[in-house]
Design a protein around this ligand. Sequence first.
Ligand code: D41
Length: 680
Amino acid sequence: MRSEAEGRVRQLRALIEQANHAYYVLDAPTIPDAEYDRLFWELQALEAEYPDLASADSPTRRVGGRPLAAFAPVRHRVPMLSIRTETDTTEAGAIAFDARVRKELGLSELDPPVEYAAELKFDGLAMSLRYERGILVQAATRGDGETGEDVTQNIRTVHAIPLRLNTDAPPEVLEVRGEVYMRRDDFERYNAKQRALGKATLVNPRNGAAGSIRQLDPAIAAQRPLSFYCYGIGETVGWDLPATHGAVLDALAGLGLPVSAERVAGPGSATLLAFHRAIEARRDSLPFDIDGVVYKVNRLDLQRELGFVAREPRWAVAHKYPAQEELTTVEAIEVQVGRTGAITPVARLKPVFVGGVTVTNATLHNEDEVRRKDVRVGDTVIVRRAGDVIPEVVAVVLERRPMRDLVTPLNDVFELPKSCPECGAPVVRIEGEAIARCTNGLSCPAQRKQAIIHFAGRRAMDIEGLGDKLVEQLVDKGLVATPADLYGLAAEPVAALERMAEKSAANLIAAIAASRGRDLNRFIFALGIRNVGEQTAKDLARHFGRLDAVMAADEAALLEVPDVGPVVAESILAFFAELHNRAVIERLRAAGAWQDGEARLAGTGHLAGKTFVLTGTLPSLSRDRAKALIEAAGGKVAGSVSKKTDFVVAGADPGSKLAKAGELGITTLDEGQLLALLQQ
Ligand code: D41
């Protein structure tokens, strides 16, 4: 009995670790969650029944043990050095590093380029993992580099970290160094869950990772979704050291350790520069935060030759990108009125350089967010600006809240105004909606300005040179009240505006004139109908062909358009029901602002009335081509599967749409079957 159990336990551990590796390291799950749970429960039951079969490397040990009173100190047998930060954040950083390395190696211009490795600089918590004879025996934080803290219990809860190395001949000792971090999607999901439960949220992924590892209660750490990437090694005994850094990482990956694929090796500073550029361009689309890239001399013998100064190796450097989060103070909290009347609280900030620009305003999203984050005037806050996203206040640094607010806690607490700050009309917040709105529509000058700014936008009528500041003046001076007024604008009064002159006024008038005759889809988008974005505008233009047909459509006719549902249809009907809007459109028609196209109404062709949904990659047809063929035959293509769907066309790697089709009993087609149907 016992020997049978022993065999099964070994088998279960292997199966579970294999599944863990596939899921957490390779990002390619091999077994369904339910199956994983069954294996896990079976293993737990066997270990409970035969306590002598329990072992430190069992996956059941990942769920967190007893809370600790304090972490025990761990002396690193090979110190964890720090990494020098290249001060020059421009591209010159890579060139300066290469020049230093060459000088220290005594190389001249005639010598060949040094080979480098470049990798990401993960923004988390540095760790040292100690494997003895292939088993994870200890995990320690970096601490001061000499002595860290024993966080083994918490690290066992990180599923990306193998508890046992994947090899039959494990080294006596292998210390792996890397960074524990939290993926952005895991961070968002965790916070959403906490918010729903009314519990504390994490400030950012880095704090999430560091804070979780430093939790004394491993059961709490176990609930935090953490990940890990290796970037080096510490002490090794009985391990065949590869010749290069790149080969070390490859070897670690071979042992089942998570190693990022985002790394390169190659000659000279050109390799480093190219990597720096390529990653900077993709920084915001990576699934986790990085604060830079790291350059390392690839050959370990050269690393040894270069050595280190003051705990920093001469053979490595961190080249950072502009920080995406900074501290500053809130000088005021005001509200902004958007195009659709949405009232958005905005923090006016002491100017701060973040994400590559100087930021003076940050959105607070809505009333509930201000309350939840408890942002008050005078507070020190963390501001985040990533990519082209609007800067936002991430959190308040409560330790720095001015004393008066601690004594009188309600000082400067934000309250949403009851009336619109621009026009004085009542502000209402419909139940169940996060956003409060000014009820005055286009009679509100703020909404009018935003409507005109949107109308002129690059993706709408694309009127060059008509920016926010100019629109503001045009509306304030009474020169323009609606988009239609733009087409009657004379050069003279425009030239008299601030920061304008004869030439710039003439250019503006010319740009307005040049926007006449835009395609219908752009014009529909430019109208700024609520819930009608660029894609819906295109769908409407393609379906109806002429604006009059869109305006005349009733709900049933609108619902014929692919991806138009009841909410969008309602917004469109409400917009055209507004007499004011109709009057503006008539004047825009007279100005020749747009050009009607050809209607491609569903209703003709042998697939008339049939709705298709595409999912996955088809072997030969592109998505656009498949859509065009279906529409040419009179069918419609929608984005999501519903009871209205007639066919789901599925290619490789289909999404949840295929499963939904199965649930609803909808016919699925492959590419061949679709083509046959089109030919009929
Ligand atoms: O991704 C990182 N955060 C990272 C950190 C990395 N990719 N490489 C690193 N390399 C080193 C040396 C060169 C000293 C082995 C590091 C760190 N150090 C490091 N992280 C925290 C302190 C030092």
